[in-house]
Design a protein around this ligand. Structure first.
Ligand code: NAD
Length: 273
């Protein structure tokens, strides 16, 4: 018996990047998945590859009726909903706050924040009668500190962390756990777009800007998502799990251990050694 045998999970944005890695990992561990994404071709192709364990439903996560339909189809085709992964995302509005339009702001918030609210709302409605379930939403290292993403993205991801904390005690009463993961830079089509699709360049950038000095792959994030969805995390709720190679551990984003003499001298903190 595998860790996700008997589980039915919806993964929004499951046709690409972190979502795709999550879909594949759940299926590998015996679960069934509804891939809810706007990208029809990619989503259908992934579902076909995975056989009976996965179905695709074209979904715009900003549209409440689409979320309701995805939940209904998952339960009807695959079984009672046990997991919801609110993962769909974009980078959204970029640039100076003075140049950010209300339209770009609203669109970004709708995909990154309101959609998470909708996913939590309708997954909870479905899970309540079963008295059990687990919800995991994608925050970001930009959801726990400033300077790691554009303004609207940062605001939206802080909102994801906030809802995760806020909803935890209400949902506990129904046997439902809610958690978030906060990835640092991860090599996916979303970040590759920042280097004009050059995967090697974004991999190198993530490596060099992360204390651990290795590139984060979608599978690294999927591992955390699966833990939080699984019964191994049965006592964990309201938590945001950083999977970021250490990027949120230090404002200096460097380690005294690499060359303590220079840094400690400059900080005027050198003690006798
Ligand atoms: N890649 C990173 O470095 C990183 C870091 C922190 C957080 N995240 C978060 O992880 C999540 C996944 O990102 P990724 O890097 O895998 O991106 P990605 O671009 O590879 O995949 C995102 C998926 O979301 C889908 N999507 C976008 N808008 C949608 C909508 N309105 N309705 C339905 N689906 C929609 C896209 O079609 C795509 O398949 C996002 O929420 C992102 O903010 C990513």
């Amino acid at each position: 018996m595998s860790r996700f045998t008997g589980h039915t999970v919806i993964v929004t944005g499951g046709a690409s990047g972190i979502g795709e890695a999550t879909v594949r990992a759940i299926v590998r561990e015996g679960g069934k998945v509804l891939i809810a994404d706007l990208q029809e071709k990619e989503g259908e192709a992934l579902a076909q590859q995975l056989g009976d364990a996965a179905i695709f439903q074209k979904t715009d996560v900003t549209n409440e009726a689409d979320i309701i339909a995805a939940v209904a189809r998952a339960e009807q085709a695959l079984g009672p909903l046990t997991g919801m992964v609110n993962n769909a995302g974009i980078i959204g509005a970029v640039g100076s706050i003075t140049e950010t339009t209300v339209e770009a702001f609203d669109r970004t918030m709708a995909i990154l924040s309101r959609a998470v609210f909708l996913g939590v709302k309708h997954a909870t409605k479905a899970m309540k009668p079963h008295g059990k379930g687990a919800i995991v939403s994608l925050a970001s290292s930009a959801g726990v500190m400033g300077g790691l993403g554009p303004h609207t993205y940062t605001m939206a991801k802080h909102g994801v962390v906030g809802l995760t904390k806020s909803a935890a005690s209400e949902l506990s009463g129904y046997g439902i756990r809610i958690n978030a993961v906060a990835p640092g830079g991860t090599v996916t089509p979303l970040t590759a777009a920042l280097t004009g699709g050059d995967t090697e360049a974004i991999t190198e950038f993530i490596k060099s800007s992360t204390p651990l000095g290795i590139p984060c792959l979608p599978e690294d994030i999927a591992g955390g998502i699966l833990y939080l969805l699984s019964d191994e995390a049965r006592f964990v709720t309201g938590h945001t799990l950083a999977i970021d190679g250490g990027i949120t551990t230090s404002v200096l984003n460097t380690s005294f251990h690499h060359d303590d003499s220079e840094i400690l001298l400059h900080a005027g903190q050198r003690t006798e050694q």
